[in-house]
Design a protein around this ligand. Structure first.
Ligand code: SAM
Ligand code: SF4
Length: 349
């Protein structure tokens, strides 16, 4: 276990955030990756994210408008943000999302715009998204079993999700990744069929260890299906997996190659192999709160700044000072760990 004093930044030792240069924190981590949530609503209710009924949602009037998101980006991009991912809640619920994607894709300096979706609405949205300039999609799929999908998501939408994936492939998306949350006692039977589904379509799948970000506080460490266990299961089914030397050590997934050289498989092992020390991510919630970590217990409200017409310099100061406060890491294994007061759907995964 890491030393608990590392929870806090070494800061801050009185120093203010740098006013120029890359977007660094006090651990010298450079931030170039921004996740923007465009809504906290969702059309399904995965038990590891949403409550079965109800939930706290920001009033629609408090969601950042597209012009506000674009103004935020205009301030963030010159600080070195290169990758932008739109997420939610379910981002495809946000009206006119392709318009936002088109604007972001056209911004000078944006090297990469991606979207994470549950794919329920993808069948009709894939083509408009592609035409807007989106090229990278992460599709969330935990199981190919209709009954288990219903148990996990409390909705019977597996056929729509599968149709959405096929439509996205037909629409021209070449970079699709699957995200599968791995939960002990629930998804063990899905590990191999999902891998086969992905291999058959030449799609990379990433298994994500269950994190303590669920609205109903059902998480416990013994409910996490660990990356090492899944690697054993997949090796038994398809031959030994070999780790791929990582071209980008800051990417959260550790990647493996199958023995037959087919498409890779990844593991986002946030619990068993935390990657905080390489973290380059910053998050903007749908209601305009800037967060330096999924698990952060503090955030910066940039909505009032945007609403008041703040200029790029003021927004830059807010962004730099938020990153400067970033802690060493989430420390899920520490007795001091406390889940944030926002669940995953409200932060943006
Ligand atoms: N609704 C979209 C989706 O499901 O892809 C985008 C938002 S969702 C919050 C983003 C990702 O977070 C999904 O891939 C989902 O699998 C993952 N996720 C949600 N809750 C999680 C949890 N408690 N632990 C690990 N991953 C989780
Ligand atoms: Fe919705 Fe995504 Fe959360 Fe599932 S993980 S409830 S699809 S926001």
């Amino acid at each position: 276990m890491q030393d608990l004093v590392q929870l806090a930044p070494p800061v801050s030792q009185g120093q203010a955030a740098p006013e120029t240069g890359p977007l660094i924190d006090t651990f010298d981590r450079v931030h170039d990756n921004l996740r923007i949530s465009v809504t906290d609503r969702c059309n399904i209710r995965c038990f590891y994210c949403m409550p079965e009924r109800g939930g706290e949602f920001a009033p629609v009037s408090q969601l950042l408008s597209f012009p506000e998101i674009m103004r935020f980006l205009a301030a963030a991009m010159p600080l070195g943000i290169q990758k932008v991912r739109l997420t939610g809640g379910e981002p495809l619920l946000r009206p006119k999302l392709p318009d936002l994607i088109a604007q972001i894709a056209e911004m000078p300096g944006v090297h990469d715009v991606a979207l994470t979706t549950n794919a329920v609405l993808l069948e009709r949205m894939a083509k408009p998204l592609y035409n807007a300039g989106l090229r990278r999609l992460n599709v969330h799929l935990d199981t190919l079993d209709r009954e288990r999908f219903r148990q996990i998501t409390r909705r019977d939408d597996l056929p729509r999700v599968l149709a959405g994936i096929e439509t996205a492939l037909e629409a021209g998306f070449r970079s699709i990744k699957l995200n599968a949350v791995a939960i002990r006692g629930v998804t063990e039977p899905d590990v191999v069929p999902l891998a086969r589904f992905a291999r058959d379509r030449n799609i990379e799948i990433r298994y994500i260890e269950f994190m303590p970000l669920d609205a109903q506080h059902l998480w416990s460490r013994d409910r996490v299906l660990l990356a090492d266990e899944m690697i054993k299961t997949l090796s038994a089914a398809f031959g030994p997996l070999t780790p791929v030397p990582d071209p980008d050590p800051r990417a959260p997934a550790t990647e493996y190659q199958y023995a037959d050289g087919s498409v890779r498989v990844g593991f986002i092992a946030s619990v068993s192999r935390p990657f905080c020390l390489n973290c380059n991510r910053l998050r903007l919630t749908a209601d305009g709160k800037l967060r330096y970590c999924l698990f952060a217990r503090e955030e910066t409200d940039v909505r009032p700044l945007l609403a008041a017409g703040a200029g790029e310099a003021e927004l830059e100061r807010a962004i730099r000072s938020t990153v400067w406060k970033k802690w060493a890491g989430h420390q899920i294994d520490s007795p001091l760990f406390a889940a944030p007061n926002r669940p995953m759907y409200s932060i943006g995964g």
